[in-house]
Design a protein around this ligand. Structure first.
Ligand SMILES: [Zn+2]
Length: 157
């Protein structure tokens, strides 16, 4: 896939859209509404254990949301990216992570432990950027997160 071309396409959109890849093959693309994309049971099964979900956050410069991260964890998607009007927000789940770990983590990450998300959406504010920075600093063995301006993004994740 060419992420830079996807970013160009997303620039003109006023709704969310996603592309999902496994082994460099496109396995799903879907249009959503202006602030979310809902998936069918069939689509959820299809995206399980995929490599990359990239989607647009067209409304504001809001990073990955709770539901974005929860969906990636539930479906075991290795990398989830949100493209805002200004930034590329990249969250990676490392190989050694497994869902059982969520049972043991402390109250600070209660929302991640208890949510089962079957959709992706836009966070209600930019708080999630800071929360994600804290999450990866608490659990560097399991997660990676970065926010890069579109201008500086090289196209590789
Ligand atoms: Zn999102």
């Amino acid at each position: 896939m060419n992420i830079k071309e996807i970013i160009e396409e997303f620039k003109g959109l006023f709704y969310e859209k996603c592309y999902v890849y496994k082994d460099d093959t496109l396995i799903l693309s879907k249009k959503g509404k202006h602030s979310y994309i809902k998936f069918t049971d069939y689509e959820i099964e299809r995206v399980k254990n995929s490599d990359l979900l990239i989607h647009s956050h067209p409304v504001e410069d809001w990073s990955l949301s709770n539901s974005d991260i929860g969906f990636a964890l539930e479906c075991n998607i290795k990398t989830i990216i949100a493209i805002t009007p200004k930034n590329v927000c990249i969250f990676k789940i490392k190989d050694r992570f497994n869902l059982a770990f969520l049972e043991d983590i402390n109250e600070r990450w209660y929302t991640l432990r208890n949510y089962k998300y079957f959709y992706i959406d836009i966070a209600t504010d930019d708080l999630n950027h800071h929360v994600l920075l804290e999450l990866v600093s608490d659990f560097p063995d399991y997660f990676e997160y970065q926010k890069i301006s579109i201008r500086e993004f090289k196209g590789k994740v």
